[in-house]
Design a protein around this ligand. Structure first.
Ligand SMILES: [Zn+2]
Length: 251
């Protein structure tokens, strides 16, 4: 029951993340925000509630707008499915242990954190850029998570610093030494936010390995020179965070 709720909630958050990414983009490029209601970006048709159900509407309409017939885009359905999987996994992690007050607080913070990094992933995938406002928000929420876990939970300050050094440090060095050719300027800040939530050097190593592995597998068939790395970092974070107990047990 709890898992089912997480998956449905995740699909809705994926849809929300996609929507927020578009709003930020329209604002950043000086275009008019269509307002509170969701609209078709091609013809401006206001979407009714039944055209706005995550995954279902996309499948029923075969990825096209009902008025103008233009394609809605693969990013929308991928964000909704990705959100469903991400929140399903995070929900699974929390379903394993006891529900103490600190666990519930951590879960609430991680829901906000995951939503922010999902917006970052969509934005990066679409426009190869990580907006600074979102990076700041992710780091603030990440710091709040670390603070809660340090004071009331099991996080250790030395291990947290080690994790930050490994993940954010590696990316900062790559960025600094390559002069933005290998990795973008925003990547190390996204790494910093992720490392704050993980709080463990071994988990940081896993994110480092997994994000590069997923990135290599996905990007191998394509011959693009510069790839958006954010989505792979976010995918690796969700997997490593959700299975952190399993990873730490068998390492
Ligand atoms: Zn349309």
């Amino acid at each position: 029951m709890f898992m089912f709720f997480c998956v449905i909630f995740g699909a809705a958050m994926g849809s929300f993340a996609c929507c927020q990414a578009w709003r930020l983009r329209l604002k950043a490029t000086g275009k008019k925000d269509p307002g509170k209601r969701s609209v078709c970006l091609k013809c401006g048709k206001k979407l009714t509630w039944y055209e706005n159900i995550p995954v279902v509407s996309w499948v029923v309409q075969r990825g096209k707008c009902r008025k103008c017939g233009k394609k809605i885009g693969a990013a929308e359905i991928l964000a909704e499915l990705g959100g469903a999987v991400a929140f399903g996994l995070v929900g699974w992690r929390f379903a394993q242990g006891e529900m103490e007050t600190v666990t519930i607080v951590k879960m609430a913070i991680v829901v906000i954190f995951t939503t922010i990094v999902m917006i970052l992933a969509v934005y990066d995938a679409k426009w190869r850029e990580l907006p600074v406002s979102l990076l700041v928000a992710a780091n603030m929420v990440g710091a709040a998570y670390a603070a809660v876990d340090l004071i009331w939970g099991e996080m250790d300050v030395v291990r947290l610093v080690e994790g930050v050094g490994i993940l954010a440090g590696t990316y900062y060095l790559l960025y600094f030494l390559s002069g933005e050719r290998l990795v973008g300027g925003g990547d190390w800040l996204l790494c910093l936010a992720i490392a704050l939530v993980l709080g463990e050097p071994w988990l940081a190593v896993w994110v480092l390995f997994l994000s590069n592995f997923i990135g290599a597998v996905v990007m191998m068939p394509q011959k693009k020179k510069k790839i958006a790395f954010g989505p792979f970092l976010v995918m690796a974070f969700v997997i490593v965070y959700s299975f952190s107990d399993v990873i730490l047990k068998y390492i």
